[in-house]
Design a binder for this molecule. Structure first.
Ligand code: 5AD
Ligand code: SF4
Length: 446
């Protein structure tokens, strides 16, 4: 029986898809390898969001294919966003690759592996405008937390972003399907679900054309996003609900009300801002100004003062001046972000901004990146220090990586807390703890 391993790059949606594909392979009789070095089949799940992410995946594929010299029967496959972007070109770049599977057809992985074990190559691609099928199986690994994809693709078309090209049109999974998946997870002990979608607050907003021409069964319909959150919260056994990623346009009165009324919805929102300059935001086609963004988070914090807000920022977008960059710095301070991921702009083939001159030098992008990271460290430490003395509900995850005698867990605001485990505690238990110390990335309850 052949064994397999996944090597996953990119976002949580890719992590989720690797997990579902792994489950499908298990069901087809393959086994999950103890580690990648041993696996007969290695599948790279790839990301295209920045050039660097693609370079890493291509480098990894090269290394894996080189191992075929000693192990001729070994299978190396590719799936995900880069597979979608490159199409058959990937076989010119990586001639020894056995298969490549684009997005929205991950279920082809079983056939592709079987074909590869029999010596045949596969290229699987799907029309990204057609109705997709979402793989829904989860690995039964005893974990108490799981990802659930609810929205595929993206219709926003920000000028820098490759996602609409590689993940296709926005498509909301039927609510009945989402709820059935969460119920199945809750029955096997999952306490926390993270709902995933590139622009998740658009869930249920658009009715795809084919449901008009050919209406599905009543169970096939979606719900407005806040209603879906309520329905998930009503599932017995689910204690915490997270979702990502947000957009200011989705921060509606209804969603804010839900944050207040539904204790299972965690007090953390990942709300990518990308830039603090309205001019840059307009060229990015983000659909909001600096002021509108700040207003959205002011409303959130007015309703839920302990709300943690995290963000993504791109530095060095075409035409970003020193003054624009300063605007980003001041916005980040005004927004008091709990955490921020900073990315250096990377032109992606086929996007609108790739036709504009990439005019901020690599050195200047690196400098701006460092400045924002430095600011965020100081800010993160300050915000964490404010939590000393507070009592927090923590979802226990298990022994801490650094010191096995301690455990770690997360607060509703997604802050990591290290604590001394009470007698009999199990992963997935909720415990109330008093914070006594804070470091920039960690809170301590002892
Ligand atoms: N260059 C740099 N960063 C990008 N992101 C998306 N596209 C690009 C690009 N072309 C960042 C955004 C997004 C995150 C997932 O990746 O900040 O929120
Ligand atoms: Fe990367 Fe975006 Fe694809 Fe996720 S959806 S893997 S972040 S390109």
């Amino acid at each position: 029986m052949a064994s397999f391993a996944f090597h996953t790059y990119g976002c949580q949606m890719n992590v989720r898809e690797s997990e579902a594909a792994a489950r499908a392979l298990q069901e087809a009789g393959l086994t999950l390898a103890a580690d990648e070095a041993q696996a007969d089949v290695v599948i790279v799940n790839s990301c295209s969001v920045r050039g660097k992410a693609e370079d890493k995946a291509l480098g990894k594929l090269g290394l894996l294919c080189a191992t075929k010299r000693e192990r001729p029967g070994r299978v190396v496959g590719l799936m995900g966003c880069m597979a979608q972007r490159l199409g058959d070109e990937v076989f010119r770049r990586v001639p020894m690759l056995d298969f490549s599977i684009g997005t929205r057809c991950a279920e082809r992985v079983v056939d592709a592996v079987e074909a590869a074990l029999a010596g045949r190559k596969t290229l699987a691609m799907r029309d990204l405008h057609a109705e997709p099928t979402a793989l829904s199986g989860h690995l039964e690994d005893g974990s108490f937390s799981a990802f659930v994809t609810i929205l595929l693709g993206c219709n926003r078309r920000c000028t820098y972003c490759i996602v609409p090209d590689v993940r296709g049109d926005e498509w909301s999974r039927p609510a009945s399907e989402v709820l059935a998946e969460v119920r199945a997870l809750a029955e096997r002990g999952v306490k926390e679900v993270t709902l995933l979608g590139q622009s998740i607050m658009n869930y249920g907003l658009r009715t795809p054309a084919w449901t008009v021409a050919d209406p599905p069964s009543p169970g096939g319909y979606t719900l407005p996003f806040p209603r879906l959150l309520e329905a998930v919260a009503a599932i017995p056994g689910i204690e915490r609900i997270r979702f990502t990623s947000g957009h200011p346009a989705g921060v509606t009165e209804e969603l804010i009300r839900l944050y207040r009324s539904e204790p299972k919805v965690c007090h953390h929102l990942h709300l990518p801002v990308q830039s603090g300059s309205s001019e840059v935001l307009s060229r990015m086609r983000r659909g909001y100004t600096r002021e509108q963004y700040l207003e959205a988070i002011a409303k959130l914090r007015a309703a839920v003062p302990e709300m943690a807000i995290t963000t993504d920022v791109i530095v060095g977008f075409p035409g970003e001046t020193e003054a624009d960059f300063e605007q980003t710095r001041t916005l980040m301070e005004a927004a008091a972000f709990d955490n921020a991921f900073i990315f250096k702009y990377s032109p992606r083939p086929g996007t609108v901004s790739a036709t504009w001159e990439d005019d901020v030098s690599e050195a200047e992008k690196a400098r701006r990146n460092q400045v924002l990271l430095g600011d965020q460290d100081v800010r993160g430490a300050r915000l964490n220090a404010q939590l000393v003395g507070s009592e927090q509900e923590v979802l226990a995850e298990g022994p801490s990586l650094r010191n096995k005698a301690r455990w770690s867990g997360r607060t509703s605001a997604n802050k990591i807390v290290v604590f001394e485990p009470p007698e009999g505690i199990r992963p997935g238990d909720l415990v109330r703890l008093r914070i006594v110390r804070a470091a920039p990335q960690t809170l301590y309850a002892f």
